[in-house]
Design a binder for this molecule. Structure first.
Ligand code: MEV
Length: 440
């Protein structure tokens, strides 16, 4: 039986690996070789990656692809995407080219407000608490001056602090609901530091507030930013005359527009479909968020909460035809940063941002929203015309061939063979083996 290990984090990297391979791998040397094979030969670069997290033993690669030809607000971009799923970059590129020829994407920021909360309980009377809060509110701003000065110089900072009575939801529960403008930073550290100071000030002031009686207990539960940012919102859209839609999929433009809009309507009213529909949107969004060093878990959590804001999970995109004009748009909350965090640390993140011509956070929000819209357009276009398997299977075939170690020549033969046939794992293996047999 395996024994727990004490002080694992204190072991050297080599010792961590030795312990792991000795405990979990049959073929010790093979596992160790593989782990080391993914180390970077540049020691400085490796150390940088080692230090991003704790207990690093090696690197985990994801493909870094590029989708060119994105015309956004009349400017041409090549969009970097870090993603493991085949077809995503191809679909984004195809959608970009389609809309390049039809005026491109238009995007705009709706708002950039971020939220953080101090959650606390208070056992006394609400009116007393409210009076106390209004008295100490200036002090909450004052005590965070050291943290907010720089942000304020650039036009950001704390926007407001409100006391919210949440007792209907939970006994004695109150919040300081705080809003922030964090400019080009995602702002997690800034917001959390401010919140923790608010909590200290709140608690400290309550302890010496003479109008509270000993029974008026104020207890801080926690202080943390919210990843739900419905007021950090961006919109992106495409539009063109219906007659200019879809010249190459063997379907009349009006029929295509009609099917497309119905597909979007289905995602608006049917949660089972909405989840998959939005998953496709997130294929594009996460890939750019990751490539640009942003927190895709935060984005995911916030986006899905937004998709359910009206009480039922629904589509993030919408479509219409009015006066012969097809319009397709997305409205999505995105808390992103182009300074701080990984953005100045990870060399590939720096490269991605340079490729995007060093956008500010607002510009990045627009680019990311467009990537999501493009991805959704590509998916719906395939789903309502040819089906998605056609494109997916091409990439699936390539993945299987790579697993089999096929040569370039074998890949060409196999791709030609499966052009008119359905790709299945077993059939690819069978055909591949027969190729090998013929050669021998
Ligand atoms: C697959 O990763 C994404 C799709 O399922 C999205 C969709 O169905 O809209 C193709």
């Amino acid at each position: 039986m395996k024994q727990p290990i004490k002080g694992f984090s204190k072991l050297s990297k080599e010792d961590k690996i030795d312990w792991l391979v000795a405990n979990y791998f049959q073929d010790n040397s093979k596992a160790k070789d593989l782990i080391k094979n993914y180390w970077h030969s540049d020691q400085k670069l490796q150390q940088l990656h080692d230090e991003f997290i704790e207990n690093t033993i090696t690197n985990y690669y994801l493909p870094f692809g590029v989708a060119p030809n994105f015309l956004i607000n009349d400017k041409l971009y090549s969009i970097p995407m870090a993603i493991e799923e085949s077809s995503v970059v191809a679909a984004a590129s195809k959608a970009a080219k389609f809309w390049l020829e039809r005026g491109g994407f238009k995007a705009a920021i709706v708002s950039t407000k971020k939220v953080g909360q101090v959650h606390f309980t208070f056992s006394g009377d609400f009116e007393k608490l409210n009076t106390f809060f209004n008295k100490i509110k200036p002090q909450l701003f004052q005590d965070t001056k050291g943290m907010t000065q720089n942000m304020e110089k650039r036009g950001g900072g704390i926007l407001d602090i409100e006391l919210v009575d949440k007792r209907e939801a939970l006994e004695q529960y109150y919040q300081l609901h705080c809003t922030f403008e964090t400019l080009d930073a995602m702002g997690a550290n800034f917001i959390n530091s401010c919140l923790e100071q608010f909590a200290k000030t709140l608690k400290g002031a309550a302890e010496v507030y003479t109008d509270f009686s000993p029974e008026d207990e104020l207890t801080i539960i926690m202080s943390i930013l919210s990843n739900y940012v419905p007021e950090c919102l961006v919109k992106a859209e495409v539009s063109c005359p219906v007659s200019e839609l879809n010249e190459d999929d063997g379907i009349a433009p009006e029929v295509f527009a009609d099917k497309f809009i119905k597909a979007v309507r289905i995602a608006e009213v049917e949660p089972y479909r909405a989840v998959t529909h939005n998953k496709g949107i997130m294929n594009g969004i996460d890939a750019v968020v990751l490539a640009t060093g942003n927190d895709f878990r935060a984005v995911e959590a916030g986006v899905h909460a937004y998709a359910a804001r009206n009480g039922q999970y629904s589509s993030l995109t919408h479509a219409s035809v009015e006066n012969g004009i097809f319009k397709f748009w997305i409205e999505i909350p995105l808390a992103l940063g182009t300074v701080g965090g990984l953005t100045s640390l990870h060399p590939l993140v720096k490269l991605a941002l340079e490729m995007l011509e060093k956008p500010n956070a607002r510009e990045l929000m627009m680019l990311v929203a467009v990537a999501g819209l493009a991805q959704n357009f590509g998916a719906l276009r395939s789903l309502t015309t040819t089906g998605i398997q056609k494109g997916h299977m091409k990439m699936h075939l390539m993945n299987i061939l790579n697993q089999l170690g096929a040569t370039q020549e074998e890949k060409i033969i196999m791709t030609n063979y499966f052009k008119t046939r359905t790709v299945s794992h077993s059939e690819v293996i069978e055909k591949f083996n027969s190729l090998k047999t013929i050669k021998q």
